[in-house]
Design a protein around this ligand. Sequence first.
Ligand code: NI
Length: 198
Amino acid sequence: MPTCLFGLMPVVCVIQRQVVNNGGVEFSMETGTEVLKRTPNALDAIMRNLPEVWAVSNDGPGTWSPLQVVAHMVHLEDVDWLDRTRFILEENELESFRPIDREAGFARFDGWTMNELLDRFAGARDANLVDLGTLVARGDLERRGRHPDFGSVTLSQLLATWVVHDLNHLDQIVKTMAKQYRGAVGPWREYLPIIDAE
Ligand code: NI
């Protein structure tokens, strides 16, 4: 821990770092892409070759199964993040982004297995990160586009949203899986807040 003042006391060092970061992490290409490139492996570790019941079970009407979540993520990889990045860089500041159909991936990837979707997601993400690296320079991050609901947004905000969108859906997948065992855990449910979390 090279920045720690108390080299022999790593716990103190960790606490100090947390305090330093209390106000949040500013988006940068470096911090953001380090998360984006890990998401395919994280999904893969959880979902590949898992018994199908985990992939196809949702949490009731109107909720998404892990299979649907990954189909949605693949679809957005194709139509959202890089598309909107290019739109901003082409200086379409006054024209809104095309709206996204959040459920379009369900029909598009109907019949695909989880393993097939994981392969597709990993390939699309790799290609998008290569494109992102060639498209975006540091000075572009404050350039602006127009979101159909929010109005003016920056490229930095769009790319930070891409990162948190990954984390949000990882959370959704893990929660949906945990909730399948709401009955199976019996009285331990009381100690497992994930089961009753929104
Ligand atoms: Ni989403």
